[in-house]
Design a protein around this ligand. Sequence first.
Ligand SMILES: NC(=O)c1ccc[n+]([C@@H]2O[C@H](COP(=O)([O-])OP(=O)(O)OC[C@H]3O[C@@H](n4cnc5c(N)ncnc54)[C@H](OP(=O)(O)O)[C@@H]3O)[C@@H](O)[C@H]2O)c1
Length: 314
Amino acid sequence: METVSLGGSALNCSRLAYGCWRIVGSAESCEVTPEREAHGRKAITTAYESGYTLFDLADIYSGGESERIFGQALKSVSGMRERVLISSKCGIRKAGDPDPHSPYRYDFSAGHIIWSCEQSLKRLGIETIDLYQLHRPDYLSDPEEVAQAFSRLTQAGKVREFGVSNFHPAQLAALQKTCPTRLIVNQVEISLAKLDCFHDTTLDQCQSEKITPMAWSPLAGGRLGASDPIDLRDPGHARRLQLRETLDLIARAHESSRPAIALAWLLKHPSKIVPIVGSTDPQKISELTKAVDIELTRDEWYRLFEAALGHRLP
Ligand SMILES: NC(=O)c1ccc[n+]([C@@H]2O[C@H](COP(=O)([O-])OP(=O)(O)OC[C@H]3O[C@@H](n4cnc5c(N)ncnc54)[C@H](OP(=O)(O)O)[C@@H]3O)[C@@H](O)[C@H]2O)c1
């Protein structure tokens, strides 16, 4: 697959990343059956064999089980560790962690960042995480403390590069002002069903600061590929219908599929968005790589943008 440098760093990865949030069968639950585990390992190895070389994880995905199963898959495939980049995240703490009465919260304290990274390394069975991201902005964050944690992890050889996730441009700029370690990615929700980053300057900041935008839920959790009937009582039904018809029209012109066109639409943006594919179905994981070879025209891109907006551009 075609590759891209993450934020101008030495980390080069495939244009599509593979996301391990759902590999255990349920994104949040920790209940792992042998069948779910085998399904997860199959999804990972299929992604690797299909050419994905960036794998996205987080400490909280299925309570750490996604990292553990990814680590197993990594060990079972000879040479895989040398050929892929591993990305994980920290900073969200679930209710009940560590005490039964602890609330759901965010935690960018140096102690938690370092501890969480070390736990992820153990579960993954590796020495170094290639890309480590802060999952969601912590309202009580002290940027100097974050900077210290990052430099300690770098010095200890535990992390190669850092990034953030779900940060607004001003939040990213404020952290970067204090933190000498360069932030090379901002992982945010971007898709034809979620256009905020086109309006709130996230993508402009990424382009001007050479930060790679990584797009989570690039198919809106599957809604952009779905063929279920659209509920006419849904207030957004006209827009959804228009978007679906436009995707189908363009998919036919490219002899492709609706989800592949939705990914190609993200790939065309000059900020070099890296969509994170989340399907766990081996056939879809492999089929979606065709998106990288689709070159949408400017007219097609704008037709889709207008359909997604649900109104004409001014
Ligand atoms: N930073 C954050 O806050 C954050 C938040 C959410 C996600 N993420 C990252 O982003 C990754 C991707 O998110 P996502 O899973 O929501 O992505 P997605 O690719 O938008 O959605 C994947 C889901 O759509 C379903 N789907 C239904 N029809 C599909 C089709 N035709 N083609 C492909 N998928 C179809 C898949 O089911 P099947 O498995 O049955 O194909 C799967 O459940 C995650 O794994 C995680 O790494 C990050």
